[in-house]
Design a protein around this ligand. Structure first.
Ligand code: ATP
Ligand code: MG
Length: 177
């Protein structure tokens, strides 16, 4: 324990095993953790299929399933003004001193605002990425082993597989020569 309070922020579309590995490390290193759900206003698109509420449920049920109770989850909407984004996150979240992120944009903005920024190893990044998991779901490949079991349950409850497939379809007619 360092006595520090941590923030991890991501879109979590969906929350996957790589995110959970980072969370395990944060729980080892810090006292409290806030999970910020970024781009909270987005849902029902190919890149952002799940609502903030659905992502909240995925994360909360997974962390409880792993025996954790000491966490906050805060949805944060985009401001589309990068210079104000850190203030936006700070205004929405309980106090934190350390930010965990591998995202260069997030790291830079919090560094400039004076926060301690820590990176974490990338766990099995070939498969533990939201982009790859959404692709597998869309294309009917195996994906459940890449997410915590509670996440697969939430995706089933909200009919997420068919949503992702439908959001991946084009509304343009297919012309054949
Ligand atoms: P997408 O492909 O949709 O961008 P993602 O897997 O990168 O999804 P994000 O929600 O964008 O997930 O990431 C949130 C944070 O988690 C980022 O700092 C990202 O670098 C980190 N992260 C994502 N995947 C891993 C992983 N496999 N190991 C460690 N950290 C990860
Ligand atoms: Mg990402």
């Amino acid at each position: 324990m360092t006595g520090k309070d941590a923030l991890i922020i991501g879109r979590f579309q969906p929350f996957h095993n790589g995110h959970m590995e980072v969370l395990r490390r944060i729980f080892d290193e810090c006292d409290h953790v806030t999970v910020g759900i970024g781009s909270a206003q987005h849902s029902h698109t190919a890149d952002n299929p799940f609502t903030a509420g659905e992502r909240y449920t995925m994360i909360a049920e997974t962390l409880r399933d792993e025996g954790h109770t000491d966490f906050y989850i805060v949805p944060v909407e985009d401001l589309n003004r990068y210079a104000l984004w850190v203030s936006q996150v700070v205004s929405m979240c309980p106090r934190f001193e350390v930010v965990y992120s591998n995202n260069p944009f997030t790291r830079r903005l919090f560094y400039e605002a004076g926060y301690e920024v820590r990176d974490s190893p990338l766990f099995n990044r070939g498969e533990y990425t939201g982009t790859e998991i959404r692709r597998r779901i869309r294309e009917g490949e195996e994906w459940k082993h890449l997410v915590p079991r509670k996440v697969a349950e939430v995706i089933r409850r909200v009919d997420g597989v068919s949503r992702i497939r439908q959001m991946g379809e084009s509304d343009e007619p297919v012309y054949r020569s």
